[in-house]
Design a protein around this ligand. Structure first.
Ligand SMILES: Nc1nc2c(ncn2[C@@H]2O[C@H](COP(=O)(O)OP(=O)(O)OP(=O)(O)O)[C@@H](O)[C@H]2O)c(=O)[nH]1
Ligand SMILES: [Mg+2]
Length: 358
């Protein structure tokens, strides 16, 4: 899974990248000419996994990996022609970093800082980039269809016309009801407005005490889009403090009950409609991300296609119940482990052992 941080220049993208990944990339107030993205792999903080691993501390703990990509700033109006268009299309989740802080020394292309406007403008730019792709494809398709009758092409045209209409009305494609077959048909376009977007508003230091209030003000009632506020500058300073006690005092002084990663990751997972199930093997305790509402069969396939092919049964226990039992052996003796079939819908926090025929 990967998240791509993008947005208008000097919004605090690299600052957020550092906060989320623990990297120490230098940030500057001025154009430094650096255009190549920063990339870093890290692991989902996972409280469930920690607790499970404590039952088997001699085994390896393997958390789900996530890649972060931090793009350089994109100027207003330039998303659809940006060099980063491809990078955006490859993202599983988009993280739009929005300037909310005031500082005259750090340039901003607009005379006033209005994060709500930037959120709206960026949403429109994503739509526009998709509209350009749809129109380009339609143009070519119509030419081809004039030369020959291609039933597949007619079908594609029908769908694209529908998408164009939806986009022209100002609606992101993630709000367009599509059948599974239609989703498949347009998969290669990697439409931007179809991707989940988390708008991360880099709030002014003076707003540190009212971040939740700010977030409510950005209420995005659209599916797969949400907003969180954070204070990049203050959090970067806190990150630099090595002494844990001192860090805690600093945090409580700023009334920062939950640092940004602790809020970002759950929000991002919810937006991506992703849950974790866990396996306890003889060498490792491991987290596996799967789309919400995955069947046991699909979950088996996430581990290995052979397990999916040879699927017999899933032995399932919710992680809290396993913690209560103290070990898999104790859970077995108590009869707390259920046997489920292919169609079972995997729940967040399920610990699963797959029986399969090799
Ligand atoms: N006052 C204040 N300054 C900030 C904050 N976040 C970032 N900055 C400063 O803004 C400047 C740009 O920060 P970056 O994180 O590099 O911003 P960016 O969006 O990655 O910038 P580009 O990649 O050049 O578009 C740096 O000087 C940061 O120290 C903040 O919350 N408050
Ligand atoms: Mg940057």
């Amino acid at each position: 899974m990967n998240f791509t941080l993008f947005g208008y220049p000097k919004a605090g993208k690299t600052t957020l990248f550092n906060i989320l990944t623990g990297a120490r990339i230098e940030v500057t107030a001025y154009e430094d000419g650096k255009r190549e993205p920063n990339e870093r792999m890290c692991h989902f903080p996972d409280d469930h996994l920690d607790k499970l691993w404590r039952l088997y501390p001699e085994r390896k703990r393997i958390a789900a990996a996530v890649d972060f990509i931090d793009l350089a700033g994109i100027s207003y109006g330039e998303v659809k022609t940006s060099l980063f268009l491809n990078a955006l299309r490859k993202a599983d989740g988009l993280v739009h970093v929005v300037r909310g802080f005031h500082n005259d020394e750090i340039p901003h292309a607009k005379p006033v800082i209005r994060p709500a406007d930037d959120i709206r403008t960026m949403e429109e730019e994503l739509l526009l980039a998709d509209l350009v792709s749809v129109e380009g494809r339609l143009e070519k398709l119509e030419k081809d269809l004039k030369k020959a009758k291609i039933p597949e092409g007619e079908k594609e045209k029908e769908l694209l016309v529908r998408l164009r209409c939806h986009l022209e009305e100002g609606n992101p494609l993630r709000e367009c009801a599509l059948s599974e077959a239609e989703e498949k048909q347009i998969k290669n376009f990697a439409f931007l407005s179809q991707k989940p977007v988390l708008h991360m508003v880099n709030a002014d230091e003076s707003d540190i005490g009212r971040l939740p209030e700010l977030e409510n003000g950005f209420a995005l009632d659209k599916k797969s889009a949400a907003a969180l506020a954070f204070c990049g500058k203050i959090e970067s300073e806190i990150m630099e403090i090595e002494d844990e006690e001192e860090k805690r005092i600093f945090q409580s002084e700023y009334r920062l009950s939950e640092p940004t990663p602790g809020r970002f990751f759950p929000a991002a997972l919810a937006l991506m409609e992703t849950i974790f199930f866990y396996t306890i093997g003889k060498d490792e305790v491991r987290a596996w991300p799967v789309p919400r509402d995955s069947t046991a069969l699909k979950a088996a396939g996430a581990i290995h296609s052979d397990i999916e092919k040879g699927f017999i049964r899933a032995e399932v226990i919710p992680y809290e119940m396993l913690l209560g039992c103290g070990s898999l052996q104790a859970a077995k003796e108590k009869g707390a482990i259920r046997l489920e079939g292919k169609e079972y819908i995997v729940q967040d926090g399920d610990v699963i052992y797959f029986r399969f025929a090799a």
